[in-house]
Design a protein around this ligand. Sequence first.
Ligand code: NAD
Length: 494
Amino acid sequence: MDQAQIDSLRALPVPQFHNLIDGKSVPASDGAVIDIVSPIDGTVLTTTAAGTVADMDAAIASARVAFEDGRWAGQSPAARKKVLLKWADLIEVNALELAVLGVRDNGTEIGMALKAEPGSAAATIRYYAEALDKVYGEIAPTQNDILGMIHKEPVGVVGAIIPWNFPMMIGAWKLGPALAMGNSVVVKPSETASLSLMRMCELALEAGLPPGVLNAVTGEGRVVGEAMGLSMDVDVLVFTGSGATGRRLMEYAARSNMKRVYLELGGKSPNMVFADAPNLDEAAKVAAAGIFRNSGQVCVAGSRLLVEASIHDEFVAAVVKASAAMRVGDPLKVDTHIGAVNSEVQLNANLGFVKTALAEGGEIALGGDRILQETGGYYMAPTIVTGVTRDATLAQKEVFGPVLGVTPFKTEEEAISLANSTVYGLAGAAWTSNLSRAHRMVRCVRTGVMHINTYGGADGTVPLGGVGQSGNGSDKSLHALEKYTQLKTAWIKL
Ligand code: NAD
């Protein structure tokens, strides 16, 4: 990464973004806009359309027409693959521009943003482009005078609602497999981080995706998101975001056309460190990065540190040291480890959690405050709270901020019981040199992803999904294609 290049990109004015409907950039039907505030310094960067219900309806109608006339679903797999590969190339060519735009909008440190956003989005789209002509139907083992065939068809119109923490990466997790299977899509980015995803959608058109196959409508969740959820013409709704919104989407589906709803929700992921961990220094550094990168705004963040009592004090001291060494600041500086919190609302919510943790008997081992207020931006010190009990708010509720709660345990059974004591089940980790224990932890901790002797990190070849109230579907890997596929049986008498 070249600082001078980043600095020149950040100096560029950000254009106004409109909705993308039927291949055209169009303002909201009533002309309303949303101010896009940069969390780096609190200034207004630009505006996006404050989409209306009419805009969402128009986008869905466009996607429906595009799907029914076969302008995309009807193309050969080789032709669809070519367009998606071109799209991935364009994302890659424009990676730094996209990353800087995204960071100005959502505050993620540029090192992480460049890799996780355009980097991972391009890889995801390429992965599904390569996969799409390897999806075969099946012939069922029927009696001799019957031919039983199972066709795999696109479902139709997919609605995708995206959060603000990694808009391009998570956007690609939905758009890649949905488009690969031949569906048409309407995407609704988060109102607090939409710019890079909108630009990425424009690049899809430049790559040759026919108009109407991918539409994007910005605006308030409770306006355009709700309109998408309640639409009678959306066949599949895919969502990443909070549990509260996920619950609403299920209600919308029940109240409308019973569309399929796939949810990727929050977590309270346990990072469990046993005294027999192979390298406690390494474990401490990874634990710090596992909660504090992107200011803790990572669904799989290791936000609960469970530590074997015999090493508790020594290990907490090592995590405090590693965390204190992480530089918080301007996310567009290449040496920043932790950027800005996405919004002032989120920052205040984070501080509220710290206050509650202290009132419930926790003790601050590091941080706890808003910092760098003179910049006008939204920054929070990495915060570690010890003495967090099993039922404490900090042990039970997702903060989605740079706040780590620490709880000691005495036995493996207690560690498992603590790990499984929340309504979530997204990710987790165990650090141990004991092979049998490592496998037991994978089996016994109820999560979608379990790490051993590392934290976070995964590529597109493996699914990411949660159990319990962390969600009901998986993004990534070939398994994600199933969400965007309709099975159809042909029962033929010979
Ligand atoms: P959010 O639920 O507030 O918003 C997510 C999206 O839903 C936004 O686009 C928003 O506009 C839209 N929305 C809000 N209200 C809506 C409504 N009534 N109807 C329809 N749409 C509506 O979540 P957020 O704050 O943007 O994201 C943070 C959450 O996302 C955290 O809980 C985090 O753990 C979760 N997350 C999960 C994963 C995963 O893979 N499981 C990944 C990243 C983030």
